[in-house]
Design a protein around this ligand. Structure first.
Ligand SMILES: [Zn+2]
Ligand SMILES: [Zn+2]
Length: 335
């Protein structure tokens, strides 16, 4: 009996901590080494909001659709995918260009609307992935743990929840970024509320738009964000499984046009694993990299600068299989 009561107590205490983590992700994370050493285990209370995000898509059964709602969903998908690839990935994780402190904050907020947690957690996990790509330590390698774990399983495991600030010291020196990272449900909650309010406004004043508050919430927040999550995740899973390898990297990263189109340029993942510190990921004109085109355009406005170019050496490779040849005049296509 005693054993059952003490097990219940431990279970309740764990659930209480998981609930606190919905709001304050840094609560009780003092002993990171012990947390990271735990075996992988899905923590359902902690990931309940993530499950709700998926279930919220079913709301479309009741709200129906309108061209306005679909336009908003697609527009927000593209804008937030750019924030994730251009800023969470190429800026915060790899520091491939410079920007001002206010712009850095604004793009961190925009990235946070993607509901992929805070910029420091994202960067910490991503830098860890590059250090251990497809090795035993890699928390989302399809080669080591299989497709589903690399795609979605790893984010449900307790040992991957905390942010190790010691691994992102360059970002942790900005208290405004640490705040966004620690309270990472704040921006998504405000974003969802703003969509609900916008839907209400459209319904009231522009009834011909066909939009309602619930409809805009379902399409703009739940559906757009869920698709965005799976597209981003496909870089962790599919980009290490499908496509061609130009460079003989130590991991299984691949280049795929399909993934590059879906993720605005992240599909050139083998290029990226070989040259992770350059801004551009599609190295040739036919390697479509929309995030890079947007970043290049932003650089003309002066909002960002010092974009790191693709090194000449990147073009001096030989195709590993049958069509061996050297690329001699790459200059017109470089960053
Ligand atoms: Zn990778
Ligand atoms: Zn990367």
């Amino acid at each position: 009996m005693h054993a059952i009561i003490s097990k219940l107590r431990i279970g309740l205490a764990k659930s209480a901590v998981a609930l606190i983590h919905w709001f304050d992700t840094d609560y009780g994370n003092a002993d990171l080494t012990a947390i990271r050493a735990k075996p992988d285990r899905v923590e359902f209370v902690r990931i309940a909001p993530f499950i709700l995000l998926h279930l919220g898509c079913l709301g479309a059964i009741w709200t129906g659709w309108s061209w306005t709602a679909i336009g908003v969903a697609v527009g927000l998908y593209l804008l937030r995918m750019f924030a994730i690839t251009g800023f969470y990935h190429r800026y915060f994780s790899h520091r491939t260009f410079h920007t001002s402190r206010p712009a850095q904050f604004l793009f961190a907020v925009l990235g946070a609307t993607a509901v992929q947690r805070g910029p420091l957690w994202w960067s910490y996990q991503h830098r860890h992935h590059h250090r251990h790509s497809d090795g035993e330590e890699d928390v989302h390698s399809p080669a080591v743990r299989g497709f589903w774990w690399s795609h979605i399983g790893w984010i449900t495991s307790g040992r991957n929840f905390p942010t190790d600030y010691s691994q992102v010291r360059d970002l942790a020196k900005f208290p405004e970024l640490v705040f966004l990272n620690r309270f990472d449900s704040l921006v998504p909650a405000l974003f969802a509320a703003a969509l609900f309010a916008a839907g209400h406004f459209l319904g009231e004043f522009f009834p011909s738009s066909g939009a309602t508050s619930w409809q805009l919430l379902v399409w703009g927040f739940f559906i757009s964000t869920t698709v965005l999550f799976h597209a981003t995740s496909s870089i962790n899973s599919l980009a290490h499984l499908l496509g061609k390898r130009r460079y003989e990297t130590a991991d299984n990263s691949r280049n795929s046009l399909l993934l590059a189109l879906a993720t605005l340029g992240e599909g050139w993942h083998n290029n990226h694993h070989r040259y992770m510190n350059v801004t551009r990921q599609g190295f040739y004109w036919w390697e479509v990299d929309i995030s890079y085109y947007c970043l290049k355009t932003l650089s003309w406005t002066g909002l960002i600068w010092n974009l790191k170019p693709v090194p000449l050496a990147a073009y001096e490779y030989e195709h590993p299989v049958s069509t061996r040849h050297r690329i001699s005049h790459p200059h017109s296509h470089r960053a």
